[in-house]
Design a protein around this ligand. Structure first.
Ligand code: AMP
Ligand code: MG
Length: 513
């Protein structure tokens, strides 16, 4: 296999001097060299041929034993030295100290059209594994593999998935942390991103008052990802912070658009490039409920519920601002960047919501129309995705009846309020002066027809655990064109079935993975 290896992260940043795998605190270093653990009998379940090609793999490579061994950590590419990154983070609002890549191992960086890091998730222990095993199970790996690609094809910044493999080993997990442990099939996802640097990679240095390494990492980030900025320059560091603010706003507006709930927005799960990263107990809204979170670990406080994501994005940026301040020692530009978050979010969110209902030129009053829409969507269980898709062709609320979980609930006050809303909406559309067909095309380009509903991923998992991997491939293909009609896949344009409402894996997920 011929790849254009270019390991800038390991070549330009300081390494942990100890090269062993045991769990420890790692000081004065951005990463530690580690070795992936060999696995019993690796088996490739799915590969992403387009991404593989972009990275530089040939079609022949993908079928080879060498590729299988590479993406499961069973052999290394020549002249590469895998590594795990050191980071800290705020978890559920509290500083958690050093976390790091506890089960993610970066293989190498490749340069083609841009730089890509290949990273194995679930390939064994690292110095950052703390008390855990460094492994991943099939169910969570399927969820990560499919969702990252679904997000990419929805046009949402995200890490990508290159391959999904079984390790052949069994992994012990306690899914609901209630003492019911069981063995599950182990798996590894090879994921890919321009960079896996997180807020927490900066935070750990500020927490340790290690300004030299903090500056080193900022300079590295500027050199490779923001070349318009200057290294070793405080103004540029503040500008870098502004760039991270901007990218975070954009990402979260996208999440809100499609009803994606990340589930664990800890600062160690926030990418400095504004990419969606770490697909754990995430979920997608079926019925529109801003208070919903799929993460059972967070069911008490619902800190990371759908409607709270924009505020949490800002809270996380405040933590990152404190980190930047240790270097810049000038609060004003950082505060300015933080203050811009709300304005940017409001503007982009309004624009996005207007686009969802077919308004291309938002005005101030549209915020009221949209608020009324959200109030109505919450009145009785209404499927968010189906609603917006049907809305494109609807003349009144009856045309959207298939979005209602209990169609009979569309009566009395619910019906009256919807009718009133539709009247205003139809009037507003007249001002836009678009033909219906033009408007429908615009709406369908921002309102996906197909998303990775929680129950769909669970069906693929149940089948895979029985040795049938066909549904993984079907969902992978379906989600490549989420905005297209794809009538052959119409069965996936459906509300969550009743059996999935309270089923583990469909409505409830824990961090166990
Ligand atoms: P999360 O919030 O799930 O992304 O993970 C928080 C931290 O726990 C990160 O440092 C992960 O690398 C680590 N972690 C999660 N699961 C495992 C595991 N099975 N083995 C080792 N480390 C893990
Ligand atoms: Mg994480």
């Amino acid at each position: 296999m011929k790849l254009n290896i270019q390991n800038t992260f390991t070549n330009q940043l300081p390494a942990d001097e100890n090269h062993e795998n045991f769990t420890r605190q790692v000081n004065n270093a951005c990463f530690s060299y580690v070795s992936p653990s060999p696995t019993k009998s690796p088996k490739l379940l799915h590969v992403n041929p387009e991404l593989a090609k972009t990275i530089g793999f040939t079609e022949e490579n993908l079928g080879s034993k060498e590729f299988l061994n590479l993406v499961t950590g069973n052999s290394l590419h020549p002249n590469t030295k895998p590594y795990a990154m050191c980071y800290g983070g705020h978890q559920f609002g509290n500083w958690a100290g050093q976390l790091g890549d506890g089960r993610a191992i970066n293989l190498f960086q490749v340069k083609t059209d841009q730089s890509y890091t290949l990273q194995l998730k679930g390939a064994g222990k690292t110095p950052y594994s703390r008390t855990a095993d460094g492994l991943a199970v099939l169910r969570s790996s399927i969820r990560e593999y499919l969702c990252a690609e679904a997000m990419h094809h929805l046009g949402i910044p995200t890490t990508r998935s290159l391959s999904l493999s079984l390790t052949g080993d069994q992994v012990l997990r306690d899914v609901f942390y209630n003492g019911n442990t069981a063995y599950e099939p182990g798996a590894v996802v090879c994921r890919v991103s321009q960079s896996f640097i997180r807020f927490g990679n900066f935070q750990i240095f500020a927490a340790r008052n290690d300004k030299a390494n903090l500056a080193g990492l900022m300079n590295y980030t500027i050199r490779h990802y923001f070349p318009n900025l200057q290294e070793n320059d405080k103004d540029s560091y503040a500008k870098l912070f502004q760039e991270i603010v901007n990218a975070t706003v954009t990402m979260i507006v996208h999440w809100q658009r499609v009803g994606f709930v990340h589930g664990v927005m800890n600062t160690d799960n926030m990418s400095i490039l504004g990419q969606t990263i770490d697909y754990g107990p995430y979920g997608w809204l079926d019925n529109y409920d801003p208070d919903w979170t799929p993460n059972t670990t967070d069911s008490q406080n619902r800190r990371y519920r759908y409607g709270q994501q924009p505020n949490i994005g800002l809270w996380n940026l405040y933590q990152l601002a404190n980190t930047f301040y240790t270097l810049t020692e000038d609060a004003a530009p950082l505060e300015e960047a933080l203050n811009s978050y709300r304005n940017q979010f409001e503007t982009q969110h309004l624009k996005m919501m207007c686009a969802k209902i077919g308004i291309q030129k938002p005005n101030k009053q549209d915020a009221i129309l949209i608020q009324a829409l959200e109030t109505n969507l919450k009145r009785v269980d209404t499927d968010m995705t189906i609603f917006y898709r049907l809305l494109a062709k609807a003349r009144n609320i009856i045309d959207c009846i298939d979005a209602f979980y209990i169609p009979e609930s569309l009566e009395g006050e619910v019906l009256t309020e919807w009718q009133a809303w539709f009247e205003q909406y139809q009037e507003r559309l007249l001002q836009e002066g678009l033909s219906s067909n033009e408007r429908i095309a615009h709406m369908n380009a921002v309102n996906p027809k197909y998303i990775l509903r929680n129950y769909m991923a669970q069906l693929a998992i149940d089948a895979a655990e029985e040795g049938n991997y066909q549904l993984i491939d079907e969902l992978y293909s379906l989600l490549k064109k989420p905005y297209d009609e794809q009538p052959e896949y119409q069965k996936w344009f459906a509300k969550r079935p009743d059996w999935a409402k309270n089923k583990a894996g469909c409505s409830m997920l824990s961090c166990s993975s």
